[in-house]
Design a protein around this ligand. Structure first.
Ligand code: OGA
Ligand code: NI
Length: 366
């Protein structure tokens, strides 16, 4: 009731008018890029977000950069543990994914989005049965404010899409990139398992943490009024682990992590950004942190491209996930158990609304 009252009083929401605007925008099947191509100089009200009072801050040392080629395993595990506990984010260099593959992946996402709208329209859908979906804002009709972003969402496992389901612009590179990032994902989950005092294969094999892979290829068009909206609303990720590729330029607008203030994640040449997801925070019983992050709308005339790979168990798996019982874990569980279908339904049904999906599973304090 209070929520409904708040909604109807909000200056940026007139429920019926808003719904019509959302539907009209979705019906164009041209996304935010379509608005930009039409020459808009002000952004529609559906994209207006309430102002955020937290300041932004540049601190190039805030997010650790870890050399994956470090031959001292103990040192590598210690660095990963420290980052997972303190920041929930790190960048990794010498990760084994070839630089040309990173470049080609970003170029393919740009090619897809920058082609004429007719080429993109056949892929525009909200049909959850499709393994490849292009749309603007997966939560367009759930979230309180839309984001200045278009996304190709690819369910790569299990099973992956047939080649013809993948848009031609990225058909070749997507499976190749997914394979290379999965190798890295396995190594990172091994390091994280060891960092929790568990056998190396625990998270990737026993817990099935690599069984599911969703890839989100984002395109953030240039925004004429970046202070009024966001590229991505603050959120944490619905997975064990995210590996993010972002393009090099960040002149005005990019990924920020919440560390009391919003801290920029500066593009580091050849690096991949890694962050802990909600499910790893849950199974680690809060030892690892799934930290909120957001993307500021960009002013760069070429826009911004990023590709997020979310590693998680099979979304259909009925197995229960709960805080792991181990010798190293002296604390009583702070979460109840959940399943992937339950967790994902809660996350997706809620949309990005500024609240953590984990709160729903937290046990009351003793
Ligand atoms: C995400 C995400 C960040 C980015 O897809 O969950 O946080 O830079 N993306 O696009
Ligand atoms: Ni994210």
């Amino acid at each position: 009731m209070i929520d409904r009252l708040a909604l109807s009083l909000s200056p940026w929401i007139d429920t019926d008018g808003r719904l019509r605007e959302l539907q009209a925008f979705d019906d164009t099947k041209a996304g935010v890029k379509g608005l930009v191509d039409a020459g808009l100089t002000t952004i529609p009200a559906i994209f207006h977000h309430p102002p955020d009072s937290l300041p932004s801050h540049q601190d190039d040392d805030a997010i650790p950069v870890i050399d994956h080629a470090d031959v001292d395993r103990g040192h590598l595990v210690a660095q990963v543990r420290a980052a997972a506990q303190a920041v929930g984010f790190f960048q990794v260099v010498n990760h084994g994914v070839p630089g040309e593959l990173l470049e080609e992946m970003l170029a393919a996402v740009r090619r897809f989005n920058e082609q004429p709208a007719e080429g993109k329209r056949p892929f525009y859908t909200r049909d959850s049965a499709r393994r490849v979906k292009f749309n603007s804002n997966f939560d367009l009709f759930q979230s309180p404010a839309a984001n200045w972003r278009d996304t190709i969402l690819l369910n790569m496992a299990p099973p992956g899409p047939a080649p013809e389901e993948i848009p031609p612009a990225c058909r070749v590179v997507v499976p190749e990139y997914a394979g290379a990032v999965k190798r890295l994902g396995r190594e990172l989950l091994e390091l994280l398992s060891e960092a929790l005092g568990l056998p190396a294969g625990y998270l990737s094999q026993d817990a099935g943490g690599l069984d599911g892979l969703t890839m989100a290829a984002h395109y953030y068009p240039p925004c004429p009024e970046p202070h009024l909206t966001l590229g991505t609303t603050r959120h944490s990720d619905p997975c064990f682990l995210t590996v993010l590729l972002q393009d090099k330029t960040m002149d005005g607008g990019g990924l920020q992590v919440l560390m009391r203030r919003w801290v920029d994640v500066p593009p580091v040449a050849g690096a991949l950004v890694v962050n802990i997801g909600d499910l790893l925070q849950l199974v680690s019983n809060d030892r690892f942190r799934s930290v909120e992050h957001r993307v500021v709308a960009t002013t760069s005339s070429s826009g911004r491209v990023s590709v997020a790979c979310f590693f998680r168990p099979d979304s259909a798996s009925t197995r229960a996930y709960a805080p792991i019982d181990s010798d190293a874990q002296a604390q009583p569980p702070v979460y109840r158990s959940t399943t992937m279908p339950e967790f994902l339904a809660h996350y997706i049904g809620k949309g990005l609304d500024g609240r953590s999906a984990l709160d729903h599973f937290r046990l009351p304090p003793h």
